[in-house]
Design a protein around this ligand. Structure first.
Ligand code: SAM
Ligand code: MD0
Ligand code: SF4
Length: 352
């Protein structure tokens, strides 16, 4: 089938097989633009002019893991920080006041926060929920099955844990000494505990186009309400520091294909890859959530780009809202966002 025909089938909600997903992801030039245009129109049809905006609070950069791609892997030497619960509540409150819809509470697998069934992390979630009254995403890495119900009861609306790839061999080279199935189960355990879930894949770390197509289909089938693709950014001091950086083209095609195949999912445009310069291209590929909005001058880091555009304020809520306005879009209100969350929670999908 031609790319045009595959787009047509997707719009008619016909089942798209992996060969066709590979063809969409491989589209170039005018055909690639047609995929993105169809994705953008689908996004507009599903979500109108509203974009969801997520504040990012990377509250502890300590980690017990040694992921080959990550700046914060335990064997990298860097100055780490752990924010106090009071600081996290204050940061979350100021992000809410500035207009964000959700706070993404993210950490490395910090042994202090993970101890005793993630008790300290959970206390942070509970305090943010009670004192700030905002939607909360917990991104603590992998947890034991018994920690999910308490995390949900503490007030986490979302649980994010990215598989990175569904190619098991590649996974074992990236997430060293980590178990593929345990990480996959995170999404199921979170859903069973009543949370919405986010899965994600990384692009540009040695996977094939077919691997990407497979990851997209698997993430979709798993039923996660939010799915993402992020380009790998090589990090100093890691085994993958010498890997050449990719352009974001493959990420943009992945975003567009996810949107075409799974029209109602939330799909982020992360500021953590190319900073604010990468916002428009990602929204134009069909993303409907802006993530990794970070307040300046608070000594908070990004993940893939730990400094880019943070202290100059370009990843601030204010600047992002200005950019959205210039693109003829608007941020959703918290009321609108919370309504979407309630709707999604009422029909949590059980994966097939
Ligand atoms: N530590 C938790 C975990 O690993 O699940 C949560 C935070 S982790 C830093 C969040 C995600 O950032 C990873 O799952 C990965 O997809 C992404 N990431 C980390 N390093 C990256 C890099 N160098 N380039 C692009 N994305 C990266
Ligand atoms: C982002 N830096 O949204 C964040 C991070 C963790 N839940 C999200 C990868 O790009
Ligand atoms: Fe730790 Fe997450 Fe980085 Fe892996 S990706 S080293 S778990 S912070």
């Amino acid at each position: 089938m031609s790319v045009e025909d595959i787009i047509g089938s997707a719009l008619l909600k016909e089942r798209i097989g992996i060969d066709d997903v590979v063809a969409l992801l491989s589209a170039k030039g005018a055909e690639a633009e047609a995929v993105k245009e169809a994705a953008r129109n689908t996004r507009d049809r599903m979500f109108g002019d509203r974009t969801f905006v997520y504040g990012f609070v990377y509250f502890s950069t300590y980690c017990r893991n040694d992921c080959a791609f990550c700046y914060y892997r335990k064997t990298n030497s860097l100055r780490r920080y752990r924010k106090s619960a009071d600081e996290i509540v204050a940061l979350s409150g100021s992000l809410k006041d500035a207009g964000i819809n959700l706070v993404d509470l993210t950490m490395g697998e910090d042994p202090v926060m993970c101890a005793d069934g993630h008790r300290t992390m959970r206390d942070v979630v509970r305090r943010v929920k009670e004192e700030v009254d905002i939607a909360v995403m917990a991104s603590p890495g992998a947890m034991d099955e018994t920690s999910f119900k308490p995390m949900s009861e503490a007030g986490a609306d979302w649980f994010a844990c990215y598989q990175e790839t569904y190619n098991r061999d590649l996974f074992s080279k990236l997430r060293l000494e980590q178990d593929f199935d345990r990480r996959l189960s995170q999404k199921t355990w979170a859903r069973e505990a009543g949370m919405l879930t986010e899965d994600g894949m990384m692009v540009g770390l040695g996977e094939t186009v077919r691997d990407r197509a497979d990851s997209i289909l698997r993430m979709g089938a798993l039923g996660c309400e939010q799915i993402r693709a992020m380009t790998f950014v090589p990090q100093e001091g890691t085994p993958m520091s010498g890997t050449s950086a990719s352009t974001s083209d493959d990420e943009l095609m992945s975003i567009a294909v996810m949107r075409l195949l799974f029209p109602d999912r939330l799909i982020p445009a992360s500021l953590d890859v190319e900073g604010i310069a990468g916002l428009r291209t990602r929204l134009d590929a069909g993303a409907n959530v802006i993530t990794s909005i970070v307040p300046p001058k608070m000594n908070l880091a990004g993940v893939a780009q730990h400094e880019l555009d943070i202290d100059n304020g370009h990843r601030s809520v204010h600047h992002v809202l200005e950019m959205l306005d210039a693109m003829g879009k608007r941020a959703a209100t918290c009321g609108e966002y919370n309504e979407s969350v309630s709707k999604m929670k009422s029909k949590v999908r059980i994966g097939d």
